[in-house]
Ligand binder design. Sequence first.
Ligand code: B12
Ligand code: SF4
Length: 502
Amino acid sequence: MKVLLVYPAYPDTFWSFKHALKIIFKRATHPPLGLLTVASLLPKEWSLKLVDLNIEKLKEEDIKKVDYILLSGMSVQRESAEEVIALSKKYGKKIIAGGPLFTTFWKDFIDKVDYVVLNEAEITLPKFLEDFKAGKAQKIYTSSELADLTKSPAPSYHLINFSHYTSMCIQYSRGCPFNCEFCDVTNLFGHQVRTKTTQQILTELENLYNLGWRGSVFFVDDNFIGGKRKIKEDLLPAIIKWQESHNYPFYFYTQVSINLADDKELMQMMVKAGFVSVFIGIETPNEDSLKEANKVQNRNRDLIENIHKIQREGLEVMGGFIVGFDNDPPDIFQRLIHFVKESRIIVAMVGLLNAPPGTKLYQRLLSEGRIRPTFKGNNTDFETNIVPKMDYHHLIDGYKKIIKELYNTLSYYRRISSFLDYFNPKGRFKIDRQFVRIHKTYLLGIPNIIWKFGFLEKRRGDFWKLFFKTLFKKPKALFTVLGQIVSGYHIRKIHNRIFDNS
Ligand code: B12
Ligand code: SF4
């Protein structure tokens, strides 16, 4: 059996980082970990090829040669997924579809693909394969049971070409103990935090290492600190030991909840293990909106001080923010701008409140007649599927104001500079020289960043000020700062395009 695993292309969005990737000679930020895991669940005798459309085009010869297409994707990749389906049909190839897009919107695809194998493949795919072998495969496979991750196979990393990606992905846990109204993570992966074993993670790190990867690794967990005790007692000590014995080939980033700030020991262990940054859903500085969103973990705390605490321990904080809550007051935009500047968060992903189907927010707004049919799955493109309480035009104007204020070059560089004043990368590991040597990003990317922002772009003087400040005062933060400069450039480009079209 010859199989083609296809990952659809992202549109040009905040998270695509397309404009930044060009500068550092890369094609995508992350490989499709879902498909790499699915690949490991398929019969060993099948011949597999993976095509990530963010890296390369789907060639007609590739389709012609295979028996089946396995298609994955998120909601934002719908357009590209539809194109893959059309092309596969043109050559009479059968499609097996799975992953978040199809799990959420299977009804839209049931007549377009041959099989939908939904939810977690560890549960549904073996059942499908068994029936398939017996010649009695059904149209749809779904399950409310959640997978035991200790039985999830190591991803087939060998199917991808590392040199095109900025970061690899690894997953320790699924699920989140919290219950934020707008989030579909718990709907897809449950409340109970399920984890792989420490040994599985060490094997996966070892696999990446043996295949030659060096540099950034994203722990894609919904909330890496969802089960604190296990990571403090077991996982982190093992990663620290592994990193030391391998001369720190990797640095990590992940997603956590704000209560990380309450645990100094945990922050220090994460830094020692090689974590350099964390993404936190801050959402809003407005207490009533946090209450409305059931964001209990963010309530009744000094969020700015908490963020500073994490930064002082040596972790950069990226923040997710949302405007458009029912309880947002008219001055929310100004308050949010002030908050981001005070917190010294450089990359702040500010989005409009959207209600993904399946969330509690979706149910509530549906019953209030406030759901619109347009859900694209991307909350940073000035579109929303909800009817906000606030006047829609006031919301969009306010949102644009935030973006303009936070992402103009001067204000962005100033935020990096003030972040540097307080950021303490002392506890950070010494970077292994091999990874600088091996990684194209550093060999070619850094000179290109310096050339572009120091000689070609606007605000060159500000770039050099920032560059030398980092070099002399916080040299360990140099990669972070250069990375942020490139990210800011991408975000500006994305927003300019959206402003031009609106
Ligand atoms: C890493 C990640 C990213 C990364 C990289 C994505 C990548 N290349 O894989 C980045 C940061 C780029 C990203 C961005 C976004 N993401 Co994201 N992301 C994740 C995250 C945290 C982990 C994904 C992952 O690797 N999981 C581990 C693998 C093993 O799980 P999996 O992919 O789900 O695959 C399993 C099953 O789905 C299934 N499966 C998957 N594919 C297939 C295919 C077949 C044929 C079969 C049978 C089964 C199958 O089997 C796998 C094993 O169980 C998930 C949350 C999560 N817990 O999964 C969100 C998630 C996928 N992202 C989501 C969203 C909304 C986004 C953004 C739109 C956010 C935004 N507001 O802009 C952007 C869009 C990207 C873009 N460029 O525009 C949603 C998708 C919801 C949906 N229904 O589509 C999720 C589920 C989080 C959430 N609930 O909000 N994301
Ligand atoms: S903490 Fe994050 S992952 Fe957990 S429910 Fe809230 S938004 Fe979702």
